[in-house]
Design a binder for this molecule. Structure first.
Ligand code: GRG
Length: 304
């Protein structure tokens, strides 16, 4: 908490997030203009422009700026990671996955457009993300563009996010999901796209291998941190709002950090991840690292 207060006084994280999210939203709107065939483009932009904190694109831009790059260089990749994030949410919400009716405060894509169009709009966003990076990235050598495209494909594919989601699905309802498997799921399902976001920004900004490795580790730590804090909040929120027994019922069929190691050790682990994340930024220009430090603190100390 102290660290958070200290960083708040030095850097206005809320204003930074609002400013960057607004730039990302403008770029996304311009990228997904309504065109023929209307239904597919309408469903793509419905989900893409429905809100969201835009953490991944901002992480991409902040990583690019950290190593001396420009926001405009990273923007097409920043839009691409948000397109991919949004399509994973659309597919995750489908009745045969999580079966959610609401996302970002609005009816989910399949509720508005039907399951068939929701699946295809997700697929189209995934492909458009790569097309957009390839055609809209300006001012960097083409080898660098090829490198970021392949990096992103790997982070999202079978060895990354999709792999994590499949392992998660296969372990549901199992009683023997231990710490290693839980960490594997979070590192792949959630941290991989954050890792991709930071690494893309770093590469586009001209980072050397050591800087790319540091940002990769930073993003991996905050990705896992996000999930550990989520697990802690699930317990503390549900016991506050619904009473202790109801809180336990909600978590009955899934493995979580508090369930495996208890609340206090989960809190200690989240502190350790935040420290480890911030250590990666030690050698960079402190002014340029401030947004990333504040982002890690925001993820660690959020209350919802
Ligand atoms: C990539 C083809 C392909 C398939 C996707 C469905 C699926 C496979 C994966 C699910 C991945 C998933 C939904 C992970 C959870 C990620 C997560 C932490 C979501 C919440 O992110 P926030 O808080 O949300 O950044 P906002 O709405 O603010 O963007």
């Amino acid at each position: 908490k102290e660290e958070q207060e200290e960083s708040k006084s030095r850097f206005n994280f809320k204003a930074y997030m609002l400013e960057k999210a607004s730039a990302v939203n403008k770029a996304l709107e311009a990228a997904v203009l309504l065109r023929e065939p209307f239904k597919i483009h309408e469903s793509m932009s419905y989900s893409l422009l429905a809100g969201g904190k835009r953490v991944r694109p901002i992480l991409c831009i902040a990583s690019c700026e950290l190593v001396g790059g420009q926001e405009s260089t990273a923007m097409p990749s920043a839009c691409a990671v948000e397109m991919i994030h949004t399509m994973t949410l659309m597919h995750d919400d489908l009745p045969f996955m999580d079966n959610d009716d609401l996302r970002r405060g609005k009816p989910t894509s399949h509720k508005v457009f039907g399951e068939d169009v929701a699946v295809l709009a997700g697929d189209a966003l995934l492909l458009f993300a790569f097309e957009h990076m390839a055609i809209a990235t300006k001012g960097v050598p083409s080898e660098r563009i090829v490198r970021v495209i392949s990096e992103l494909a790997k982070c999202v594919g079978a060895e990354g996010l999709i792999g994590g989601q499949v392992v998660d699905i296969c372990s549901q309802g199992k009683s023997d999901v231990g710490l290693d498997l839980l960490e594997f799921i979070h590192i792949h399902k959630t941290a991989a796209l954050l890792e991709g976001s930071a690494v893309l920004g770093a590469i586009l900004g001209g980072a050397n291998d050591q800087e790319v490795a540091k940002l990769r580790k930073f993003a991996r730590c905050i990705g896992l941190l996000f999930q550990v804090v989520d697990d802690i909040l699930d317990v503390t929120k549900s016991s506050q709002e619904l009473g202790k027994t109801a809180g336990k019922d909600l978590l009955a069929d899934k493995s979580t950090y508090p369930k495996l190691i208890g609340i206090q050790k989960s809190r200690d682990f989240s502190e350790k991840l935040n420290r480890e994340a911030q250590e990666q930024l030690a050698g960079f220009d402190p002014e340029k690292a401030a947004p990333l430090i504040a982002l890690a603190n925001y993820i660690a100390y959020r209350d919802h």
